[in-house]
Design a protein around this ligand. Structure first.
Ligand SMILES: CC(C)(COP(=O)(O)OP(=O)(O)OC[C@H]1O[C@@H](n2cnc3c(N)ncnc32)[C@H](O)[C@@H]1OP(=O)(O)O)[C@@H](O)C(=O)NCCC(=O)NCCS
Length: 237
């Protein structure tokens, strides 16, 4: 049995695909290709303890590995990050992650993504985010999906604009000692329902969602109360 076997690690069976694009959790065998593809501008969580490397490319590669290892090890209902490798026609093009804090109560997902430099401006960034939105809203019952992009990151802002997000505020964060103005965007479930037909995606198919829901503290879809994605306040909240 390998760690890519869903009976050992349920997340391994997750698949979200539409037409020729597919998101799936990277296996250990996929990691060298991800590390080779990630560009320095992908950015990474500054809390990752990068060490022993110096060039921007080496830092980015180590950050991808540590981020994926950390996400696997620390996944819990209270806080999770699901890292998904993105493939177009079977070719690895980038990574699309979904993150949440206290999701069973807040029902809000944040996303983060990057593409290899040669795979940009072909609609892949929009398509893989659209698949992540499908997983968040349809698979997990999110009420909103949020995204933050540095001011001036026109590509990332182009993706959110194109998918119907609304501006939702801004923050100032320190990245590598530099203050960066971060612009936040939010897509509510209602706006997603209005805009999704215009995403240009083929029919979305998901596999392995129930096993994934169990890992993040949600009941299987068929056992969920019908709630139209609205928040269900636990009795103790
Ligand atoms: C952000 C990123 C994933 C976008 O992916 P992409 O495949 O290049 O974007 P798409 O081709 O799907 O374009 C989506 C929209 O943004 C627009 N866009 C893309 N790149 C753009 C750019 N550099 N300037 C202005 N608009 C741009 C497109 O025209 C498109 O708009 P439309 O749907 O109205 O035609 C990719 O550029 C990337 O990996 N960047 C480096 C990492 C990064 O910044 N990640 C985001 C961190 S928040």
């Amino acid at each position: 049995m390998s760690c890519a076997d869903p009976s050992l690690w349920p997340l391994a069976g997750l698949r979200v695909r539409a037409g020729n694009i597919e998101l799936r959790p990277p296996t250990d065998e996929d990691l060298p290709a991800l590390a080779a593809l990630v560009p320095p501008e992908a950015g990474h969580d500054p809390s990752l303890p990068i060490s022993g490397v110096t060039t921007p490319g080496e830092v980015a590669a180590q950050a991808v590995l540590r981020q994926i290892w950390r996400a696997r090890a620390e996944l819990a209902p209270t806080q999770w990050r699901i890292c998904l490798a993105a493939y177009v026609d079977g070719v690895l093009v980038g990574q699309q992650d979904l993150m949440a804090d206290d999701f069973p109560r807040r029902r809000i997902v944040e996303t983060s993504s990057w593409l290899g430099a040669e795979h940009r401006r072909q609609g892949h960034g929009k398509a893989m985010r659209a698949l992540a939105l499908h997983l968040a809203f349809e698979g997990f019952g999110a009420v909103a999906v949020e995204s933050q992009s540095a001011e001036g990151n026109d590509a990332a802002l182009g993706v959110t604009r194109s998918l119907g997000y609304s501006p939702s505020g801004d923050t100032y964060e320190v990245h590598d000692g530099v203050v960066t103005h971060m612009l936040w965007s939010r897509l509510t479930r209602e706006r997603w329902a209005l805009h999704r037909q215009g995403y240009g995606l083929a029919q979305v198919e998901c596999e392995g969602v129930d096993a994934c829901r169990r890992l993040i503290g949600l009941p299987p879809v068929e056992a969920s109360p019908v709630n139209n994605g609205k928040r269900i306040q636990p009795a103790s909240a």
